[in-house]
Design a protein around this ligand. Sequence first.
Ligand SMILES: [Zn+2]
Length: 57
Amino acid sequence: MPAAKCPVCGLEVEIPEDYMPGELIEHSCGVVLEVVKNGNGLLTVRVFGGVEEDWGE
Ligand SMILES: [Zn+2]
């Protein structure tokens, strides 16, 4: 199973093998992560909604 590091808490994030880029994963630290493909064609995650934006709606 592919795994990535959570950009917020640094712990491992398991990405289910049937997940596609654009799917969302709620990590155990409470952040919502978006599955993305990196330059090697592997799945990784980034913070959904962007880290430089305010979270307020
Ligand atoms: Zn986390």
